[in-house]
Design a protein around this ligand. Structure first.
Ligand code: TRP
Length: 364
C-alpha cells in the first residue's frame, strides 16, 4: 500500500476528475478559460486524469498520423506550460488504454442510435466541418468513445467547455443505464447515489468553465478556434498577442463615442483583466464615451494576457528541442501506467457486473 496521503494517480482517495483535449494543434486562450485554468487549480483537491484524445483525432484526420503525433506532443507541452503537474496528475494517452476501447463497445449498446445522431454537438460538427454526406462510420462513434474515456476513470467531475455539455449528458445516461441494468441500481436512484447503491459508475457532473465560450479575435461572432484562424495561442509571443488583440473590431469610431460594454472587446476584458475595479471603471467610461479609445483598452488587454502567458512561455521553453520531446514522451509513458491501473480496475468491475468475468487479466 502507498501512504494514505499519497497524491499519485490511483493510490489517492481524493475524488476524481477526468477531462481532456483532442490533439488538433496548440492550445489557445479559449481552452484556457473554458477548462485548462480549472484543471490547474483543481490538482490539489482532486485526483486528476487528463486525457489526450488522440484516437478522436483520427475521426477527421485519419490520413495524417504524423500530424496527430506531433499535435499530441504539443498539447502535453501546453499542459505542462500551463501548470499541469505530472507528479500530481495523471496524463492519459487514449490509444494506450485498451479498456477505453472495450468499454466503448459496451456503452454503444446502451445508447440508442438516435441518442448519438441527435447529439447537438455532433450535429453542429457535421454541419460546420463540411462533413454532411462524407463522414466516416467512426465519426459519430467518438461521442460514445467519450463516455468510455470518462467512465473508465469513474470520476465525479468533468471540467469542460460549454460545447461539451451534450457529451457529458450522454455519458451520464450511459452510466445510469449500466448501473440499472447490470448492478441492480433502482430506476429511481438519485444520480449522486448510484455508487452507494452498488453501481460501478458514478454519474459524473460537468463543470463548465469560468467563460463558457470565448469569441475569437475579429468581430466576435465565431468562437475562438484554431481552424477559424482567430485564436491566440498560449505559446504566442507578446508581439503576436498584441497584433491579434488589435484585430478585434467593435465598429466604434472614436474615444468619445458611447460604446457597448458587452461587446467582443469587453468579453476579452472580462476574461483577462483580473482587477475587477479596473474592469468596472473601463465599462463605465466606455458606456459614456468618456475619452477611452478601443486602442487603449487593447493595450491594457494585451498586457494582462501577457502577464498570464509569461510564466507559461518560460515553462514551455524547457521542453524545446529533441531533449524536451524525450522528457514529454517519458511523462506520457508514466501516465499510461497509472492510467491503465485505474482503467483496468474499472473494466474488471464492469465485466464482472456483466457476467463477463473469466479471470483477471494483467497488462504487460
Ligand atoms: N471532445 C473533447 C474536445 O474535443 C475532448 C475529449 C475527449 C474529452 N474525451 C473527453 C473531454 C473526455 C472531456 C472528457 O474538446
Amino acid at each position: 500500500m502507498t501512504a494514505p496521503h499519497s497524491t499519485t494517480g490511483n493510490a489517492s482517495t481524493k475524488p476524481r476528475i477526468l477531462t481532456g483535449d483532442t490533439p488538433t494543434g496548440r492550445l489557445h486562450l479559449g481552452h484556457w478559460v473554458g477548462s485548462v485554468e480549472r484543471r490547474v487549480a483543481l490538482q490539489d483537491s482532486y485526483d486528476c486524469y487528463f486525457l489526450l484524445a488522440n484516437m478522436h483525432a483520427f475521426t477527421t484526420r485519419f490520413d495524417k498520423p504524423g500530424d496527430i503525433r506531433a499535435d499530441t506532443i504539443e498539447i502535453v507541452k501546453d499542459w505542462l506550460a500551463a501548470g499541469i503537474d505530472p507528479d500530481r496528475s495523471t496524463i492519459v494517452l487514449q490509444t494506450e488504454v485498451p479498456a477505453i476501447a472495450e468499454l466503448t463497445w459496451f456503452f454503444a449498446m446502451l445508447l440508442s442510435f438516435n441518442d448519438v445522431m441527435g447529439n447537438p454537438t455532433l450535429v453542429h460538427e457535421l454541419e460546420t466541418k463540411g462533413l454532411k454526406d462524407s463522414y466516416s462510420f467512426g465519426f459519430p462513434m467518438y461521442t460514445v468513445g467519450q463516455c468510455a474515456d470518462i467512465l473508465a476513470f469513474r470520476p465525479e467531475l468533468v471540467p469542460v467547455g460549454e460545447d461539451q455539455a451534450p457529451h457529458i449528458e450522454m455519458c451520464r445516461k450511459a452510466a445510469r443505464k449500466f448501473n440499472q441494468l447490470y448492478c441492480g441500481v433502482s430506476n429511481r436512484a438519485e444520480d449522486d447515489r448510484h455508487v452507494q447503491e452498488g453501481g460501478v459508475f458514478p454519474v459524473p457532473r460537468a463543470l463548465i468553465g469560468r467563460i463558457g465560450r470565448l469569441p475569437g479575435v475579429g468581430d466576435g461572432k465565431q468562437k475562438m478556434s484554431k481552424s477559424l484562424g482567430n485564436a491566440i495561442f498560449l505559446s504566442d509571443d507578446p508581439k503576436e498577442v498584441q497584433k491579434k488583440i488589435n484585430k478585434i473590431t467593435t465598429g466604434r469610431q472614436s474615444p468619445t463615442e458611447p460604446g457597448d460594454p458587452d461587446n467582443v472587446l469587453f468579453k476579452f476584458v472580462e476574461a483577462f483583466i483580473t482587477d475587477e475595479g479596473r474592469v468596472a471603471e473601463l465599462k463605465d467610461k466606455y458606456r459614456c464615451g468618456d475619452n477611452i479609445g478601443d486602442g487603449h483598452i487593447k493595450q491594457e488587454l494585451a498586457q494582462a494576457i501577457n502577464v498570464l502567458l509569461e510564466p507559461m512561455r518560460a515553462r514551455r521553453a524547457k521542453f524545446d528541442g529533441p531533449e524536451g520531446e524525450a522528457v514529454v514522451l517519458d511523462i506520457i509513458r508514466k501516465g499510461v501506467k497509472k492510467a491503465n491501473a485505474t482503467a483496468e480496475e474499472t473494466l474488471y468491475l464492469a465485466k464482472k457486473a456483466m457476467k463477463l468475468d473469466f479471470g483477471r487479466r494483467v497488462l504487460a
